[in-house]
Design a protein around this ligand. Structure first.
Ligand code: GLN
Length: 215
């Protein structure tokens, strides 16, 4: 059984849990460092990124989370989760930092008051089937893709954009960041990508363990 963590400090934890259980994963609510043990993937939910950042320090999770992401653990971040995964952010709250992991520049609260929240169909080259319906709630926007100095395992790929071309979803290695909330509209295809990556991660880890235990 795959063990998928959902960072449960603040935000829409339950929606992600429901989605992951629907895909057959065992869900672990991550609230303290020991919860990070033996995870095959991790979800960073939507919510308020500056609050999640602050709570991650208070709980002693922050350093470990950064490490896991750096090690290549598959991660899906939605909205605030995308902000937390971004290497660089604009309009941060005072003192706010991110975990990093995606070589992108993300602007918080990028959509004006009138369009604070909206639903729309997206352009999603890597997703088969009917159009992705997505909910944007005080959403961030990816303003730059790549261009950072941090060496990473793979290039950044655009997973989703608005019809006008603005980027709202990216993937780098097995890290996915989305400006919108697929978990709110019952859209499970991004969670499926995460679960597939979790399966590969679990297999690789099992293989490493076997290799290590071999005389
Ligand atoms: N505006 C929030 C932030 O900056 C994100 C909103 C959301 O996750 N729906 O963290």
């Amino acid at each position: 059984e795959l063990r998928v963590g959902v960072l449960a400090l603040q935000g829409d934890v339950r929606e992600h849990e429901a989605m992951l259980r629907g895909l057959g994963a065992h869900v672990v609510r991550v609230r303290r460092p020991t919860d990070l043990e033996r995870l095959d993937a991790l979800v960073l939910p939507g919510g308020e990124s500056s609050v999640i950042d602050r709570l991650s320090r208070l709980t002693g999770l922050r350093g470990l989370l950064r490490e896991r992401v750096r090690d290549g653990l598959p991660v899906l971040g939605t909205c605030a989760g995308l902000i937390l995964l971004a290497d660089r952010i604009l309009d941060a709250a005072p003192g706010q930092e991110t975990f990093g992991g995606l070589d992108v520049l993300v602007r918080r609260n990028a959509f004006g008051t009138q369009t604070d929240s909206f639903e729309t169909a997206l352009v999603t080259p890597a997703i088969d089937g009917p159009p992705v319906r997505s909910a944007f709630i005080r959403a961030p926007l990816v303003e730059e893709v790549g261009g950072g100095t941090a060496g990473r395992d793979a290039a950044v790929e655009v997973l989703a954009s608005l019809p006008d071309g603005r980027v709202v979803g990216v993937r780098q290695g097995d890290r996915i960041g989305l400006a919108f909330h697929p978990e709110v509209t019952g859209e499970d295809r991004f969670h499926r990508l995460l679960v597939e990556a979790a399966r590969r991660w679990a297999d690789d880890t099992a293989m490493e363990r076997t290799a290590r235990d071999m005389p």
